[in-house]
Ligand binder design. Structure first.
Ligand SMILES: *Cc1c(COP(=O)(O)O)cnc(C)c1O
Length: 415
């Protein structure tokens, strides 16, 4: 069973002040989870998590993570600007982008961020359009093929647009060294939302072996390995969460066997997690507005896919709790919908839930990452507020809801 981090009586108080829908984040959960991650990798003195800003680009959240020792991973000019405004500087910023405009590279270099080159051809592009390489540079690896643990295919990097081939990585490192680069890193993101504790250790083995090969073939010793994102969370109630301590230990063993054995025991491990850091510690709170009885039973909410795109976009499962009815039997079957003129605007299809009544507060779980941030304005829908449930039990609005003025602000051709 999935238990919301907020109770009915807390939500009644919150909704008395802030209208639904809104995304609510759990500061305590975010901090405790970040501490577990840091503990799991405490064996590596240089360890750092660079939170994937795209998952939750909200300054109050980024500040909490900064207090827990995290840096940020940015992939656009505006994410870089946001991170700078939040106080992140220099090596606390990774810049992992693809199809990157020169202006973005220039800005990342100016901030002293660690640039992660997505492609071999970007090296020449950078020198031509930006200038000398920074002292510290990372390259993104794509081994091709499919990535699997025993027989379980997790993803197919061979179909992904990211990263360089092995030969390109080796050649890139030679070019970078000749171009004055002093510190090198390698990065790969080979599978997404993986619940297996074996993903990171297996990825680490691939990356550590690559680091050894790079050293043998070029003499260059990498100073960090970025394992990127991909650790999953249990969206469904019957799924088992990852055990981050087991994952950290698995990576440590690979480190000892491959890197330390080659005298490369001073390599720092970086991660770039988004979903794992935030998804479970956010929820979308909406109200039941309408009931419709045609060929199926529908409940219509005051939120829609513009507030949470994942179900419509990927058919993603998000668990739903009817606040205050946690102990009632799930003996009704509903399609839970938003109000967009798109039939895929459904938060759930054929979902067993307790009987829902007008005004019930509906908690959509695990929206802390790739939730509000994927919001959009289709159908003239406005993005909701974001609220933070603080460690002391108080609630702060950390982003206001959009207004119609925001919607009209970009228009330049009113008659
Ligand atoms: C999206 C992304 C991440 C975070 O991925 P999660 O699956 O949310 O952990 C990390 N690194 C890069 C480059 C990304 O694009």
């Amino acid at each position: 069973m999935k238990v919301p981090f907020v109770t009915k009586s807390q939500l009644d108080q919150i909704t008395a002040q802030y209208p639904t829908p809104f995304h609510l984040y759990d500061e305590k959960g975010i901090r405790e989870n970040a501490r577990r991650l840091n503990a799991a990798f405490a064996w590596n003195p240089g360890f750092r998590e660079y939170f994937a800003v795209k998952a939750t680009p909200t300054p109050a959240i980024l500040k909490i993570l900064a207090e827990e020792g995290c840096g940020v991973d940015c992939s656009s000019l505006v994410e870089l600007e946001l991170s700078e405004k939040c106080g992140f500087t220099g090596k606390n910023i990774m810049f992992s982008s693809n199809a990157t405009p020169a202006e973005e590279y220039r800005y990342a270099k100016q901030l002293g961020a660690i640039i992660n080159f997505d492609d071999f051809t970007h090296l020449a592009y950078f020198r031509e359009n930006v200038g000398d390489f920074p002292e510290t540079v990372c390259c993104r690896f794509n081994p091709g093929g499919s990535f699997q643990v025993t027989n379980d295919i997790m993803d197919t990097p061979g179909d992904a647009k990211y990263g360089m081939t092995r030969d390109q990585m080796i050649e890139a490192f030679r070019i970078l060294r000749d171009g004055g680069v002093k510190h090198f890193g390698i990065h790969a993101f080979l599978a997404s939302n993986v619940l297996s504790n074996e993903y990171y250790p297996l990825l680490a083995r691939v990356m550590f072996q690559l680091a050894v090969d790079i050293k043998r073939e070029t003499g260059i010793a990498v100073s960090f390995v970025n394992l990127s994102g991909g650790i999953g969370i249990p969206y469904r109630p019957d799924e088992t969460p990852c055990d981050i301590m087991v994952i950290g230990e698995g990576v440590r063993r690979a480190y000892e066997e491959i890197l330390a054995a080659e005298g490369m025991g001073d390599v720092s491990i970086y991660t770039e997690l988004g979903r794992f850091m935030l998804a479970p510690y956010g929820c979308l709170v909406a109200r039941a507005l309408h009931f419709k009885h045609i060929y199926k039973e529908y409940v219509g909410l005051d939120a829609c896919a513009a507030n949470l795109m994942r179900p419509a976009m990927y058919g993603a499962y998000h668990h739903i709790t009817v606040s205050g009815k946690e102990d009632k039997p799930c003996d009704h079957i509903y399609d839970v919908t938003g109000s967009l003129c798109e039939n895929n605007d459904k938060f759930a299809i054929d979902r067993p839930l307790p009987e829902i009544e007008y005004g019930d507060l509906i908690i959509i779980h695990d929206t802390g990452a790739h939730g509000h941030s994927m919001g959009y304005n289709y159908n003239g829908k406005l993005r909701s507020a974001e609220l933070l449930l603080c460690c002391d039990g108080s609630v702060r609005m950390i982003r206001r809801a959009e207004t119609a003025d925001d919607y009209f602000a970009t228009i330049r051709d009113f008659i």
